[in-house]
Design a protein around this ligand. Structure first.
Ligand code: TNX
Length: 528
């Protein structure tokens, strides 16, 4: 209570201060061109936009104001850096100098502006931008909207300095779904910490809040476990095609987690089991339950490996792995995989998933599993990720579980766009840019809306081995999935989205993203 009322006092005093200072200031006269905030190319499309058709001049006379707490200062510095990257301007933060003409105020509110923690309001007038959020995460999401309405091109003659005209009006916004993610398979091919950070930069621009890392599979184990060092020494040294593989040390994993957190995103770790475990069993053969001599695997088949589900030592191993990862992973979720365990007997699979669920819970996490886990006796607090089986998803609904929507035919980023695509698979479908966007997670597979936790677009990496190939498959489709997860169905429309997507080219180019230049989009490149 004390904290929130003092924040309110701070923000009120700032607003009063600004009002009076602007009154006293030799307010400059700018002849703003007409604008229309409602036709800005914002993705994901906000809940409501009221345009007031004038302009805010972003220039060297603009400064940022916020409370001096760490969360808000971090966001203010982030905004400063992003504005600098786009315009070259270097905005002051919380300056006491009188020499300014306009202000950007960032604040959290004491009374929620909507039920969703990530809700924000953005009010743009001639000389102020006021961005308020329910939480720091809400303000951060609003910053992404603000970044998107800063034009690429400046006016050189409208005032005595280079000026970027931001359209005025009010945006009120919050996400439809609380879970908005992509997944990256770092097992089939390894991706560096730098690659992940670049991916996070772009995902956060489109308001994603989760990056799920598929950290183990038959072809590679990718995270250091201090109590079982051979997992990375042996299991980390392979990948599809025979390359060198790789792994994240715990320090590197923490670095990734922190980088994501500074973008108000979480990392969801996955250790896939009892199938997809060849790399673990090569490292420690006692884990193996398929009765065969175990060899390193660098092909792309699935479904041939399994843990031995009847040994207590296997569960002690799993306890260590989940304990060590949970200790460095602030996300509330731990993903246990559970897919395609074709050589695990059904009763063994059920026993295994139930026992591992309890281990996950013991370490303070909520379990996520691919949709097959719904065939076991899991709790309704566990989450099923619907990738293939409508029947399994239906079982999850019956159990009262929440569901993450990732249907392979619509949401798999590793599916080719079409038969000419340079990378990707096509076992589920070809997914061109329009098909990726033009469906409703709200109405897929008869899942009631109240069971849907959110949407995730997985990127499996059998056919991609570097960041450029990753970007080819992920973009532009991941931009569309961001909108499906954030924006309500009533505000989505392919023809309208198609235009807004075309205008993302300048941003993607500036970020050096090797996106697929889908021929059904009339890409528009504007640059200074
Ligand atoms: C199925 S989707 C898998 C992965 C593959 C992917 C390729 C899922 C839960 N399992 O092991 O990489 O297909 O598209």
């Amino acid at each position: 209570m004390i904290k929130s009322s003092s924040i309110k006092t701070i923000s009120l005093s700032i607003i009063v201060f600004v009002f009076f200072s602007c009154q006293n200031h030799k307010s400059r006269q700018i002849d703003f061109p007409p604008t229309d905030l409602s036709t800005e190319k914002i993705i994901p499309k906000p809940l409501s936009i009221n345009a007031t058709n004038s302009g805010f001049a972003l220039d060297k006379y603009t400064y940022i104001s916020c409370s001096e707490n760490k969360d808000m200062m971090d966001i203010a510095n982030y905004l400063k850096e992003k504005v600098n990257h786009k315009t070259g301007l270097s905005l002051a933060i919380n300056t006491h100098e009188a020499d300014y003409e306009s202000i950007i105020i960032l604040e959290t509110v004491s009374h929620p502006i909507a039920e969703k923690p990530e809700a924000y309001h953005l009010k743009i007038t001639n000389d102020s931008i006021i961005l308020i959020g329910n939480t720091a995460a809400g303000v951060f999401r609003g910053i992404q909207t603000l970044r998107q309405v800063i034009p690429n091109l400046s006016y050189d003659t409208i005032s005595d300095t280079k000026t970027w005209i931001i359209p005025t009006g009010i945006i009120k916004d919050h996400p439809q779904f609380e879970y908005r993610g992509t997944m990256l398979d770092v097992s089939r091919h390894f991706f560096s910490v730098e690659d992940l950070k670049k991916f996070i930069d772009v995902l956060s621009y489109y308001k994603y809040n989760a990056l799920h890392l598929h950290l183990s599979d038959d072809q590679g184990w990718r995270i250091e476990i201090k109590s079982w060092p051979k997992l990375t020494e042996v299991g980390g040294s392979t990948e599809v095609g025979g390359g060198a593989g790789g792994f994240y040390t715990q320090e590197q994993f923490i670095d990734i987690v922190n980088y994501a957190a500074s973008h108000h995103m979480m990392i969801v770790p996955e250790i896939d089991m009892p199938g997809h475990t060849n790399a673990a069993s090569v490292s420690y053969p006692f884990l193996n339950g398929n009765g065969k001599v175990i060899e390193p695997y660098t092909g792309t088949n699935v479904g041939f490996s399994t843990f031995d589900t009847n040994k207590d030592s296997v569960y002690s191993f799993i306890d260590d792995v989940i304990r060590e990862i949970s200790a460095i992973s602030p996300s509330p979720y731990f993903h246990i995989g559970g897919d395609e365990s074709h050589v695990t007997k059904k009763e063994d699979y059920v026993y295994f998933v139930n026992r591992v669920e309890k281990i996950v819970q013991k370490h303070g996490k909520q379990m996520i599993g691919w949709d097959e886990v719904a065939t076991t006796d899991v709790d309704d607090t566990s989450i099923a990720q619907y990738w293939w089986s409508k029947e399994n998803a239906g079982l999850a609904v019956k159990k009262g579980m929440k569901i993450i929507m990732s249907p392979a035919k619509k949401a798999y980023l590793d599916m080719k766009y079409d038969s000419l695509s340079a990378h990707g698979l096509n076992w589920a479908a070809y997914i061109p840019t329009n098909i990726a966007y033009d469906w409703s997670p709200e109405n897929y597979g008869d899942i009631p809306l109240e069971n849907i936790l959110g949407l995730e677009a997985p990127l499996w990496s059998e056919t991609i081995s570097n960041i450029s190939e990753l970007e080819y498959l992920a973009f532009p489709r991941a931009i569309g999935y961001a909108e499906l997860a954030w924006t309500i169905k009533e505000n989505r429309n392919w023809e309208d989205y198609r235009i807004r997507l075309a205008y993302q080219a300048s941003y993607l180019n500036k970020m050096n993203i090797d996106y697929y230049e889908s021929p059904i989009i009339d890409w528009v490149v504007e640059s200074e």
